[in-house]
Design a protein around this ligand. Structure first.
Ligand code: ADP
Ligand code: MG
Length: 267
């Protein structure tokens, strides 16, 4: 008798099935998501792209528990004591201006009732990880936008979530800072191996960061296609850009996306 080889057990961290979201609106209800179905594995870095207004933020908000769905199911890991299943990093300014960097990073831990000393230590550890230790006592307005996004990342990671939800976190940054922060995020991700769902409008960013890219249709959004990104990690950006597969993938994703963007415009 031959035994079948034991495959490593890969758990699914996010399972979304038949998810629909309808916003009640004064004139007519607006269907933002229609029958969205996908799954993300434990430790996977998954990018989500789609035309503006197709429901990406809505989807992330549902996963984060910030809004409810109209129908369908979302299955996330069980909430463990002292730990939140998800943490979110939003686009633009998501730091609290009246708090210092340290207080911002401690904020989620405070909501989780982590004792003061442990809170402080955990916050400092994550502030160090994003390279902001000299700015622990600074206020957000004293920092650049890129530094503020690093504070948001530290704050999200400090709560030790199973899943990190990122909604165009680097969209407001200039190209150079975006490239630097992408590197930094990948470095941090290699250490923690959190499950990540990363919304971006940049095809390049999606290919550079993710293990898999999900493409959403124009509104009402559903998952139209997906592409597995074959590049090894740690990733070397220059090598990726020179790899012929980069061009093929990028062209394919744009073909699919372009069609949806044009369709979305006609509505
Ligand atoms: P994306 O992030 O892909 O640009 P959103 O999820 O922000 O898309 O929006 C999807 C659609 O839902 C848009 O048409 C938007 O106007 C609408 N929408 C988003 N939030 C609300 C809300 N709170 N109330 C009503 N409509 C909303
Ligand atoms: Mg959005």
């Amino acid at each position: 008798m031959t035994l079948s080889p034991t495959l490593p057990q890969v758990q699914t961290r996010i399972t979304v099935t038949g998810l629909t979201k309808v916003y009640p609106q004064p004139r007519a209800p607006l269907t933002a998501l229609r029958d969205v179905t996908f799954a993300v594995r434990e430790g996977e870095f998954c990018a989500l792209i789609g035309p503006s207004g197709c429901g990406k933020t809505t989807l992330l908000h549902i996963l984060a528990g910030l809004t409810t769905s109209t129908s369908g199911t979302v299955t996330l890991p069980e909430r463990r004591p002292g730990q939140l299943p998800t943490a979110v990093v939003f686009q633009g300014i998501s730091t609290l201006p009246w708090f210092t960097v340290q207080q911002n990073v401690e904020y989620g831990l405070r909501l989780m009732s982590v004792p003061r000393r442990a809170r402080r230590e955990r916050a400092l550890q994550h502030i160090r990880q994003v390279g902001l230790l000299p700015f622990a006592d600074a206020y957000p307005h004293q920092l650049s936008e890129g530094m503020r996004q690093r504070v948001s990342i530290a704050r999200a990671l400090a709560t030790d979530p199973d899943i990190l939800l990122m909604d165009e976190p680097f969209a407001n940054l200039d190209e150079q800072n975006r490239l630097l922060l992408q590197d930094e995020l990948l470095r941090i991700w290699q250490e923690h191996r959190k499950t990540v769902l990363f919304v971006t409008h940049s095809l390049d960013e999606a290919i550079r960061l993710a293990d898999r890219v999900l493409v959403m249709s124009a509104s009402p959004g559903h998952i139209k296609t997906e592409v597995v990104v074959p590049f090894d990690r740690p990733r070397d950006y220059r090598a990726i850009r020179q790899d012929p597969r980069y061009g093929t993938m990028s062209a394919y994703l744009w073909d699919v996306l372009r069609e949806e963007v044009l369709r979305g415009r006609q509505v």
